[in-house]
Ligand binder design. Structure first.
Ligand SMILES: [Zn+2]
Length: 249
């Protein structure tokens, strides 16, 4: 395999369809930041061009990217050893919140995952309107988990009873698997457009399945983070409230 030198990479001029190349660039970024670190256990924060490059790669090829980031703002990445392991890994750094498991690996990314990621994105797009209508209608009073006052800006829609990922997996299975469902997806390679289903029948079908198998609730971002384990220290009362809605979405 050809060795890529970090200083020669132009992140703005990469063919993202070439996954082998994309992975080599990830490795070059990782090695460069680790080798030039000033602290013993962690690299400097990766921001700017290499950060945008990594975001795009994970958006395209990592099926759980959306769940990991959620509504939070990503500041950058650091290269560190994964907890209890010897392998170097990128770690996600979010604004205000520390993820319980911040490590994210590029080594397992594949085209198959890309297909899955696109189908999942199309499913999420299918219920976007439903979600925003629900949010506007139910965004009043206090968050049942954090007890904070809800506003349109500070709140998010959370799924409980069945997590969103599970709903999607089940529905895809019923419709012949990821490869088959993917034929109905309009992929958004290179960003710009939104990944969605081409035909309305798929959209309506997914909405029906979604409505029949899960529930939505409007929560304050802080309450949502409590449920998704991003905040570690909860009082007994908070823990009890989290339990009511703690199926991940
Ligand atoms: Zn949620």
């Amino acid at each position: 395999m050809e060795i890529i030198n970090y200083t020669e990479i132009n992140c703005n001029n990469v063919d993202f369809r070439k996954l082998g190349l994309v992975k080599q660039i990830c490795k070059a970024i990782k090695d460069y930041f680790w080798n030039n670190r000033k602290e013993k256990d962690s690299s400097e924060m990766i921001i700017g061009d290499p950060c945008f490059f990594l975001i795009k790669v994970f958006e395209m090829y990592h099926t759980e990217w959306q769940e990991r980031i959620g509504e939070d703002r990503l500041i950058g990445f650091r290269v560190k050893k994964a907890e209890g392991q010897n392998t170097l890994c990128f770690h996600i750094v979010l604004e205000n919140i520390e993820l319980k498991d911040s490590a994210i690996s590029y080594s397992k990314l594949s085209k198959k995952l890309r297909v899955e990621a696109d189908v999942k994105a199309a499913c999420r797009t299918a219920i976007d309107k439903l979600k925003s209508k629900f949010k506007i209608k139910h965004c009043n009073g206090r968050c049942p988990v954090s007890t904070l006052e809800l506003t349109l800006d500070n709140s998010v829609v959370h799924h409980y009873d069945k997590p969103m990922n599970k709903i999607i997996d089940e529905w895809v299975e019923l419709n012949g698997g990821y490869q088959k469902v993917y034929k109905h997806v309009n992929p958004a390679i290179g960003g710009g457009t939104i990944t969605s289903f081409i035909d309305n029948k798929m959209i309506e079908d997914f909405i029906d399945y979604h409505n029949a198998h899960t529930h939505m609730i409007v929560l304050h971002k802080q309450g949502h983070n409590m449920i998704h384990n991003k905040n570690q220290c909860l009082t007994k009362a908070e823990e009890e409230r989290v339990k009511l809605y703690n199926k991940l979405c």
